[in-house]
Design a protein around this ligand. Structure first.
Ligand SMILES: *Cc1c(COP(=O)(O)O)cnc(C)c1O
Length: 467
């Protein structure tokens, strides 16, 4: 029996922001005719649009958050000494206080941390199992000759199945993999929340279970903790026994089962740039430190300015504020539920940082080879100046051996919500726009490649309309 208190929320929505606005940034909606021109000039690739031509930008929640007055005040206290910056001390103290780790290596962002860790932990041919590895995480593992293997539960791949912890690792998949050759496992990595699975959380029960297995087999256990706080919020909301625990207590407990973490500070720590590795093992720290100096910068700055480290140190605490987290996660849900209530097909349950619209179900008459989700992204820009991103066929690319297009089961448009940036009115506008596209969906035609970039084709390709 599943021990989880869980209810789907179909009627929330008295949501109130736990902050007020002190600084604003002007945005404007250029006329429809101009939007049509801009997207055509961009080769129908939304990555090539200028941000000034976008009204509401939901491309990513990474580095796009609004810093607080407290963080901006910290920026003015940047100590830009090459070595021994006071801001690094503050960062160390914050990591210790929020996550409980003794040693910190600062990095320019999350992927910097991944590169440094993987150079030391992985020998060529070794395997790194996890729930679902993030793109850069996978790429860094493979870059040093490792194999990144996803072991998420089956429900993680089913868009319509409701499960409170869709980010969990499938324990039997993990054990089977380990039992084949325990010595060939470099380390285990749990990603919280599971970004590639739609921002779905991992339960503490699952984390404990993986921890036991790792310990029994003497395998290091790390967490990719970009969304450490959102995961803790879901645990508080959904897991039996955690209702009365505070977010900081839950974050600490999550981390207590880990040997260390890699963090992109651009997510839950609400900074525009930054990251770190944190861990407790002095010996491993001593091996990682020289690589950090080589790739990222000296061990007291690692590619960040002193001021960035100060903003990060403060942001780490702010990320765990329960009022903020409740508002944030309810905001994402608000958008998802409102779209769903209007008949728009979305992934369920709604994750922590984004709403995913099922492009194939939205535009069933557009063939997957004509990029249904990309088509939806283009139409939402034309309709209302909104930028989402395709997570589907274009992103999936081609099979390296056969050259065939890969057609992923989930072909989606992601609407990622930046932290502390937009309010309900913005989200209402997004809903109206998507609904207007939905009303005229039958007339919408798909795309084909005009230029197909051999690598990173979602960033660099251009498209033309199917006749
Ligand atoms: C963003 C992200 C990364 C990479 O971090 P960057 O700061 O973009 O380099 C790694 N893992 C997860 C889960 C992420 O969301």
């Amino acid at each position: 029996m599943r021990q989880i208190a869980w209810c789907t929320l179909t009627y929330i929505f008295m949501i109130y922001p736990p902050y007020k606005i002190k600084v604003i940034e002007k945005i404007s909606l250029i006329p429809r005719k101009e939007r049509e021109e801009r997207i055509r000039e961009a080769g129908y690739n939304l990555f090539s649009l200028q941000s000034k031509d976008i009204y509401i930008d939901l491309l990513t929640d990474s580095g796009t958050g609004a810093m607080s007055d407290n963080q901006w005040a910290g920026i003015m206290l940047g100590d830009e000494s090459y070595a021994g910056s006071i801001n690094f001390k503050h960062l160390e103290e914050a990591v210790k206080s929020v996550m409980g780790f003794k040693y910190v290596l600062p990095t320019h962002q999350g992927r910097g941390a991944e590169q440094v860790l993987d150079k030391i932990l992985i020998k060529s041919g070794q395997v790194v199992p996890g729930n679902m590895h993030f793109d850069t995480t996978r790429a860094h593992i493979e870059n040093v000759g490792g194999r990144a293997i996803d072991c998420a539960i089956e429900e993680a791949y089913q868009p319509d199945t409701e499960n409170p912890f869709k980010g969990n690792i499938d324990i039997s998949k993990l054990e089977n993999l380990i039992n084949k050759d325990p010595k060939n496992i470099a380390y285990i990595l749990i990603t919280v929340t599971c970004n590639n699975g739609g921002g779905q959380p991992v339960s503490l029960e699952n984390i404990r279970h993986v921890h036991e297995i790792a310990k029994k087999n003497n395998i290091p256990l790390f967490v990719d903790a970009a969304r450490y706080a959102e995961n803790a919020f879901f645990i508080k909301e959904r897991e039996v026994g955690y209702k009365n625990k505070s977010i900081p207590e839950i974050v600490k407990e999550m981390m207590s089962y880990m040997d260390g973490c890699t963090v992109s500070a651009k997510k839950d720590a609400i900074t525009n740039i930054g990251g770190f590795i944190a861990l407790n093992d002095k010996k491993l720290y001593n091996k990682l430190a020289p690589k950090n100096v080589l790739f990222e910068g000296f061990i007291t700055y690692g590619g960040m300015a002193g001021r960035d480290m100060e903003a990060l140190a403060r942001g780490l605490f702010e990320g765990t504020d329960e009022d903020y987290l409740r508002y944030r996660i309810d905001q994402v849900r608000y958008l998802g539920e409102k779209l769903s209530n209007a008949g728009i097909p979305i992934m369920k349950p709604i994750g922590g940082h984004a709403v995913f619209i099922n492009g194939r179900a939205f535009l069933p008459h557009v063939k997957q080879e004509n990029f249904s989700s990309q088509t939806l992204c283009v139409e939402c820009y034309i309709e209302g100046g909104i930028r989402g991103v395709e997570v589907g066929t274009i992103l999936a690319g081609r099979n390296q051996k056969t050259g065939e297009n890969i057609y992923p089961k989930l072909d989606l448009m992601r609407l990622a919500i930046p932290r502390r940036v937009y309010c309900r009115e913005h989200l209402d506008y997004v809903c109206e726009t998507v609904i207007n596209v939905y009303k005229r969906r039958e007339k919408i035609k798909g795309f084909e490649f005009d230029f197909e970039s051999p690598t990173l084709r979602h960033f660099l390709s251009t498209f033309k309309k199917v006749k």
